[in-house]
Design a protein around this ligand. Structure first.
Ligand SMILES: O=P(O)(O)OC[C@@H](O)[C@@H](O)c1cnc[nH]1
Length: 195
């Protein structure tokens, strides 16, 4: 089974994350930040990763540690569940339309974490969440998961649509990259022999 549980306890946050990479997109997410929960639910629903998240963060300060550490914990859980990544497709991409917005996401489960983020917002908050934290979450997740991740908003106006299409695009690209390739189900998908 490709499942994992990660706990992350610091002076700033207490986090428990569980994932099942072969799930059906069942989620139970509570971070204390409503819009953030909504985005992580999109990530689960459209990647088909079962995702359980409990985050207790120092929200009396701001949302930064809560968002960052939750990204790290989810990324670590995905990496732990992947193990040596034998048989996975490795690459995934998605064009993610949402009403007037179109976002492109491409990723490589490379073991070489990198984020290219080409998205901008016209407002400082969406719901109760600071828009500057979305790039930071994608960076934290990619870094912890060991994923090369490119996200670009091709066009869009509504800030909710822009960020939700990014999370949905990540989800659909992950669904492809995490799938086991029946033609190479026992092979490490790299000429290096390791990922
Ligand atoms: O209906 P969808 O699955 O595309 O999205 C779910 C939810 O986010 C939706 O209520 C929404 C529509 N516009 C912004 N959000």
């Amino acid at each position: 089974m490709r499942t994992a549980t990660i706990t992350r306890n610091t002076a700033e946050t207490r986090i428990a994350v569980s994932v099942n990479l072969d799930g059906t997109g069942i989620y139970d997410v509570q971070t204390g930040v409503g819009f953030f929960d909504h985005m992580l639910e999109q990530l689960s629903r459209h990647s088909l990763i079962d995702l359980h998240v409990r985050t207790e963060g120092d929200l009396h300060i701001d949302q930064h540690h809560t968002v960052e550490d939750t990204g790290i914990a989810i990324g670590e859980a995905v990496a732990k569940a992947l193990g040596e990544k034998r048989g996975i497709r490795r690459y995934g991409d998605a064009l993610s339309p949402m009403d007037e917005c179109l976002t492109r996401v491409a990723l490589d489960i490379s073991g070489r974490p990198w984020l290219v983020w080409k998205t901008a917002f016209s407002q400082g908050k969406i719901g109760d969440m600071d828009t500057e934290l979305f790039e930071h979450w994608f960076h934290s997740f990619a870094q912890a998961a060991g994923i090369t991740l490119h996200v670009e908003t091709l066009y869009g106006r509504n800030n909710h649509h822009i960020v939700e299409s990014a999370y949905k695009g990540l989800a659909r690209a992950l669904r492809t990259a995490l799938e086991i390739d029946a033609r190479k189900s026992d092979a490490i998908p790299s000429t290096k022999g390791v990922l």
